[in-house]
Write a protein that binds this ligand. Structure first.
Ligand SMILES: [Zn+2]
Length: 375
């Protein structure tokens, strides 16, 4: 009988706990320095520890640092984690001896472990990085939209009813304004969609602490925050949030090319919403506060249409607040539907993600190295 070589475990995991173990094992094998920021109160569904874990590869006093973050939104975590793990397992190559990589694993571990896009307080972590006393005020449109989006029965969100009502609202508001209102974040309805929180979440303060502790010697910092759900199926969509006139934007163009200009096309309305409280902007500001030059981008991998992704958000909210009296089988079915909207099982999609991810990391490191040389 032939000896069959053991199959290499996939970098795409099935749950938070196994992804965490894979990440820490790979970090150890790469001789990385790891740190764990344990959640002080929340736990996983089976009582497991929830943690934001970090791995630092390269010299502690590196002047150039690349940072990759995964897991800002629960079910999107698997994909960013797979790209990071793939890089870590590939030999963790850095182009210069004054460069380091910081990997941040599971920015929102509660959302990942419980398969929800939001945190333990139903907060969209990527709307939570605001100056809370000066939060975005509620408008009549906020109220109308949240009332529509929260309509459900014991079988699930009332999709047809919701879409019909949104359609009517679209006639009076226009699609760009409607999409903006749904997506930008809101700070009034804690059981609603896109809730940005009443205060900084534990994940928020932990991420800021991690950045502060690791950027002491940095002069050039490139940051990628990995997401899924926006863009063409299996293709990367670059969301750069710096003003066009800034040096940060120019560096982003040099690093990732002209494609960072094209994100409007990924939205049904033709306009990117004006998101509030983004993690990537807080990370950029933390870098600048340390006196270093930041180059930052949110990179999404497209899955399905904006319409289908909105349905996924409605399911997520329903499971959290309105599903108590529904059948376990029904809940499981909708949970799976929500998860697969953000994390397809399609092997071709996953192969595309890894291929693009590898190239994007190589471009990012080359761009950072070019900045070093120029300086
Ligand atoms: Zn996301």
């Amino acid at each position: 009988m032939k000896n069959i070589p053991p199959t290499k475990p996939s970098v795409f995991s099935d749950d938070y706990q196994s992804a965490r173990e894979q990440f820490l094992n790979a970090a150890k094998a790469a001789s990385a320095t790891t740190e764990s920021y344990i959640h002080p109160s929340a736990q996983g569904p089976d009582g497991e520890t929830l943690s934001i874990d970090t791995a630092w590869i390269g010299p502690r006093d590196a002047s150039s640092v690349m940072i990759m973050i995964c897991g800002t939104h629960g079910p999107e975590s698997f994909t960013g984690a797979a790209i990071q793990l793939d890089w870590l397992q590939s030999g963790a190559y850095l182009p210069s001896s004054s460069m380091s990589m910081l990997l941040i694993h599971a920015a929102n571990p509660f959302g990942w472990a419980h398969c929800s896009r939001t945190t333990e307080h139903n907060v969209d972590l990527n709307r939570n990085f605001i100056d809370h006393p000066n939060k975005l005020a509620e408008t009549g449109l906020t109220r109308s939209i949240q009332n529509i989006l929260c309509r459900s029965t014991s079988r699930g969100p009332r999709f047809n009813h919701i879409m019909l009502s949104l359609g009517k609202l679209l006639v009076s508001t226009g699609s760009a304004k409607l999409q903006n209102e749904i997506s930008q974040g809101q700070y009034s309805y804690s059981c609603g969609i896109g809730f940005g929180g009443h205060r900084a979440e534990w994940s928020n303060t932990s991420i800021k602490t991690i950045l502060h502790r690791n950027l002491e010697h940095a002069e050039h910092v490139t940051i990628i925050d990995w997401h899924t759900g926006i863009g063409q199926y299996g293709e990367p969509c670059f969301l750069c949030f710096d003003e066009i006139t800034t040096p940060e934007y120019q560096r982003a163009i040099k690093t990732w090319g002209e494609k960072i200009r094209n994100s409007n096309a990924s939205y049904t309305s033709g306009e990117r919403p004006e998101y509030h409280g983004l993690l990537i902007n807080a990370a950029r500001d933390a870098v600048k506060a340390c006196g270093a030059k930041a180059t930052t981008c949110v990179i999404e991998f497209g899955t399905y249409s904006n319409f289908k992704m909105l349905k996924a958000l409605l399911i997520d909210r329903w499971l959290r607040f309105d599903a108590h009296t529904s059948r376990p089988k029904r809940k499981l079915k909708l949970k799976e539907k929500m998860l697969r909207s953000f994390y397809p099982t399609d092997t071709q999609w996953r192969a595309n993600v890894l291929r693009h991810g590898e190239k994007i990391i190589a471009d990012s490191l080359a761009g950072l190295h070019a900045q070093e040389v120029k300086a």
